[in-house]
Design a protein around this ligand. Structure first.
Ligand code: GLN
Length: 458
């Protein structure tokens, strides 16, 4: 494994683009994490010139296609470049390709891609997680030192956990969403995969900032890379009781306890607290996200973007385009969302979910006034086998620990914490809103000390 291999700063000055491309050509026929090699060179005068990265195929980069792993956008050329990517190119980093994903970022296993599933590089009989499965697998396979994904309900953190890499979703508003294909606009955020927390902090620092093209961005003045040490003996950590409920695998609980023991051995204060609001997070998410998605995806009508299936009459053309362009999960979400927003059911579903979301967020903000972080496993299960049959409910429950950060706009991070039966296990930390520097320094210290002292993640 390459977890503690070279950091971006160590790669500085070495041009690794060719060796990255060679690795992809050699190994990716099997893994299928890169949809297309597409090169966009970074600024030659930028500090990081020569360091390559890969980008999820729902982020626009001029000179590349942006397919969202959907037949709907199979031949869609990006008309402009996302702000976040623009900033990385300016710093010298070069894009070398776009990564596989669940169609329109809806999914947990990357099996919902129109261009075939991705295999988990740590065990190729298993899924890499989703929806940013390609970006997670590409870092785990050692193709690139970092990649970008998007996280609406856990799509960076859950695949990071499944593939044994670090995955970070910043606070809502930290990174511009301009150029990110909208799924659920009040939840979406661009996130980063890397081999260590320092690299995640560096890349986020470069991408962050107020952008007039995304009015939800917020100015953030603390440098995320400057102080990445945290005195764990002063840390206040809390575990929500739901970690111990029946949906969570015994093997996961056991391993999670070891991560808690490590924190206690470092003399961190750890409390178990009652946070019953979290029980509703999956239900709330699966009303809010499909509702916003049904509205955002209405633009794919055969006229303005991508695919058009000719048919007699306008309605027939809409119908046949959407019928053949979207996959089954996307259709399911659009139907659920349209139902939730219909005038007869709006108050019963969407309006109610919005209220519960508010209550949950307020509770989390309050808890995080008393604690530095909320800790849980990242996923209640280990990576399933490719093709394993899961009911929609089991499938959706996989997001239980990651969704709360999206609903409340908090930063969340998945940190690798060794293996269970040779499969990677991730611990999830959530911190105060727009205090991403604190979450990153806590996580960096935890990651470095646990990796070294317990001799894990190597
Ligand atoms: N797994 C969740 C879903 O299917 C989250 C997806 C995401 O974060 N993009 O909606």
């Amino acid at each position: 494994m390459i977890l503690l291999s070279l950091t971006i700063e160590e790669l500085f000055g070495k041009n690794t683009i060719e060796s990255s491309l060679n690795k992809i050509l050699k190994s990716d026929k099997e893994i299928n994490s890169v949809l297309r090699i597409e090169k966009v060179e970074g600024n030659r005068d930028g500090k990081y010139y020569g360091v390559p990265f890969l980008v999820k195929d729902n982020i626009l980069i001029k000179g590349t296609k942006t397919t969202n792993a959907s037949k709907m956008l199979e031949n869609y050329d990006s008309p402009y470049t996302a702000t976040a990517v623009e900033k990385l190119l300016k710093a010298g980093f070069s894009v070398i390709g776009k990564t596989n994903m669940d169609e329109f970022a809806m999914g947990n296993t990357n099996e919902k891609s129109a261009f075939g599933p991705v295999k988990n590089p740590r065990d190729i009989s298993r899924v890499p997680g989703g929806s940013s499965g390609g970006s997670a697998a590409a870092v785990a396979a050692g193709y690139v030192p970092f990649s970008l994904g998007s996280d609406t309900g856990g799509s960076v953190r859950q695949p990071a956990s499944f593939c044994g890499v670090v995955g970070f979703k910043p606070s809502y508003g930290m990174i511009s969403r301009y150029g990110l294909t909208a799924f659920s606009s009040s939840l979406d955020q661009i996130g980063v995969f890397a081999n260590n927390v320092k690299d995640v902090a560096l890349v986020t620092e470069i991408m962050k900032g107020k952008d007039i093209k995304d009015s939800t961005t917020i100015k953030h003045n603390v440098n995320l890379t400057e102080n990445l040490e945290f005195d764990l003996s002063k840390a206040k950590v809390c575990i929500p009781k739901i970690v111990y409920n029946e949906h969570i695998g015994e093997d996961i609980k056991e391993k999670f306890e070891l991560s808690i023991k490590f924190l206690k051995d470092k003399r961190a204060k750890v409390d178990v607290i009652d946070l019953p609001e979290l029980e509703y997070s999956v239900a709330v998410y699966y009303i809010v996200a499909p509702s916003e998605a049904s509205s955002n995806l209405a633009r794919f009508d055969g006229i303005r973007y991508g695919l058009r299936k000719e048919a007699p009459g306008l309605s027939e053309m809409y119908r046949s385009t959407r019928e053949s362009g979207f996959g089954i999960e996307v259709k399911r979400r659009i139907m659920m969302g349209t139902f939730n927003l219909s005038s007869a059911y709006y108050d019963q579903y969407f309006a109610k979910a919005a209220k519960v979301r508010k209550l949950m967020s307020e509770k989390l903000y309050k808890v995080l006034n008393d604690y530095d972080v909320i800790v849980t496993p990242t996923s209640p299960v280990l990576p399933p086998k490719l093709g394993e049959r899961l009911s929609p409910l089991e499938y959706y429950l996989m997001d239980i620990f990651t969704i709360p950060a999206n609903l409340s706009g908090l930063p969340g991070i998945s940190i690798p914490f060794g293996n269970i039966n040779n499969l990677p296990f991730g611990v999830h930390f959530m911190g105060q809103k727009m205090k991403d520097e604190a979450l990153l320094s806590f996580s960096n210290t935890f990651f470095e000390k646990a990796s070294k002292e317990l001799n894990i993640n190597v």
